[in-house]
Write a protein that binds this ligand. Structure first.
Ligand code: FE
Ligand code: ZN
Length: 472
């Protein structure tokens, strides 16, 4: 039979049927679209015959069909929120936060037998030890030096004391955090107080993490590129792009590239920014960024998230960059909101620009920008990307708190503070993803000392993480 005949759907179908093979519709579409009809004889391998099926994966591995953009449609979920916030929105927001975190806390064995606050307050209620889940609405020190909290559930509130001689005293508890409390109940007349023995965090559960026996598939993470700034490190960024395009073993295994916010420097972000800018017009900054990003090979998916320097609204969750900017980029570029969780090769990749890291450094004693990994871990422990409401992180209250870390991520990517730190917290690999900008005068004032020009590679098939430093 003439090979050129295998061009129509029916001919290809007939060919496979005559070999006793079933072909999936996606596989058939792929053959037609990639014009590999004349090559289908090569699909008749012993593996394929044994399985009885012709699938997309089979075709890719045998015929080397390149990925194209239409196969890589990522359905990006956009948070639907109103920007006008009423008292009702605030209530809805905190209810959502409470319920999501309570659900996570209830899976912990330490929280078995949780009661709600109204139950504790019923006359005649007695228990040696009580367990509640509450949102911290007040926190202070008593005149005897103990910690005093007021915590609320959906119906009522109660006072909680952390005695200074107990271990639980050392816990750093932020306002608006949702925690589990285990302690003794004391009653004085109508007044009820819990003397806490233990504070339980939603935290990351211990898990067994499988490693597949497979060649590495890399996800690369970069952040805070700040194109348009006078201190944007052009030559290092260019050599990074050159590396991506090279036939180096690591770079050829690169399939995904994440840009986690502040992709351009923007304008009017901080006082006196004009004098730090090489490109004043933000649209031109994005144009320049697109020139760089479009050099990334089409078979690598590029994800772009906004940060506080980008032109979308500052309050989180931040929407994706506007449509008119979408047009500047190649088809392999996918725009993300901030925060966002991607599912790549069966791995959950949580990406957050990282504005709340400023608050964490301020609120948690002992943390600073050079130990930023610890701040990242404190977010994971609290299963929340912005535990304190209304600090330096503007949030839009809606009926859904998008900052709760509902699913345990495999990889957690943040940026914003321009340092570089990688780590592994209970099986969650994380990075604070460096920058491609040198220190500006303003950053010097703010005590930001960047560690620029680093690219981090996460192998999606194993637990390994590789750092590439492009500093010259
Ligand atoms: Fe930045
Ligand atoms: Zn930022």
């Amino acid at each position: 039979m003439d090979q050129d005949l295998y061009k129509s759907r029916s001919e290809i179908l007939e060919f496979f049927t005559s070999h006793g093979l079933l072909v999936t519709r996606e596989a058939l579409d792929l053959i037609l679209k990639s014009n590999t009809g004349p090559l289908i004889n090569r699909l008749i391998t012993s593996e394929v015959l044994q399985s009885g099926y012709v699938t997309v994966d089979g075709i890719r591995s045998i015929l080397n069909v390149p990925m194209d953009s239409s196969d890589r449609k990522y359905e990006i979920y956009l948070p639907d929120i109103r920007v006008r916030s009423s008292a009702e929105d605030f209530r809805g927001y905190f209810v959502s936060r409470y319920q999501k975190l309570k659900k996570i806390l209830s899976t912990s064995s330490a929280m078995r037998g949780t009661v709600d606050i109204p139950t504790l307050k019923k006359p005649g209620f007695e228990a040696r030890e009580v367990r509640i889940v509450g949102m911290v609405t007040e926190s202070g020190i008593t005149k005897n030096g103990h910690k005093r909290l007021v915590v609320e559930d959906l119906e009522d509130s109660i006072e909680v004391i952390l005695m200074k001689n107990k271990k639980s005293f050392d816990e750093i508890i932020l306002e608006d955090e949702v925690v589990g409390i285990v302690g003794g109940l004391s009653s004085k007349g109508d007044r009820r107080t819990i003397f806490a023995n233990e504070i339980v965090r939603p935290d990351i559960p211990f898990r067994v993490i499988d490693e597949e026996k497979a060649d590495p598939v890399y996800l690369a993470s970069i952040s805070d590129i700040h194109v348009g700034s006078r201190t944007f490190r052009k030559s290092e960024f260019t050599s990074m792009l050159k590396w991506i395009n090279a036939s180096d073993t690591d770079s050829s295994r690169l399939k995904y590239l994440v840009l986690s916010g502040d992709v351009v420097d923007g304008i009017g972000v901080y006082p006196g920014q004009d004098s730090d800018l090489e490109i004043l017009d933000p649209m031109e900054q994005y144009g320049k960024l697109a020139e760089y990003v479009n050099q990334v090979p089409e078979d690598i998916s590029v994800f772009i998230m906004p940060g506080n320097h980008d032109i979308v609204r500052l309050a989180e969750p931040q929407p994706v960059l506007p449509d008119e900017l979408r047009k500047l980029f190649n088809d392999n570029v996918v725009l993300l909101p901030n925060p966002y969780t991607l599912d790549l090769e069966g791995k959950k990749v949580l990406i957050y620009h990282g504005m709340s890291l400023n608050d964490m450094v301020e609120l948690i004693p002992g943390l600073n920008f050079s130990t930023i990994g610890k701040a990242v871990e404190e977010l994971l422990r609290r299963r929340h990307l912005a535990p304190k409401y209304g600090g330096k992180t503007p949030l839009i209250p809606s009926n859904n708190d998008f900052h709760v870390i509902e699913e345990v991520p495999d990889i957690f990517i943040t940026g914003h503070v321009h340092s570089h730190a990688i780590g592994n917290y209970k099986g969650v690999r994380y990075v604070n993803s460096s920058t491609w900008q040198s220190q500006t005068e303003y950053q010097r004032m703010m005590n930001f000392s960047p560690n620029p020009s680093m690219l981090t590679l996460f192998d999606l098939k194993s637990r390994s993480t590789v750092i590439k430093d492009f500093k010259s």
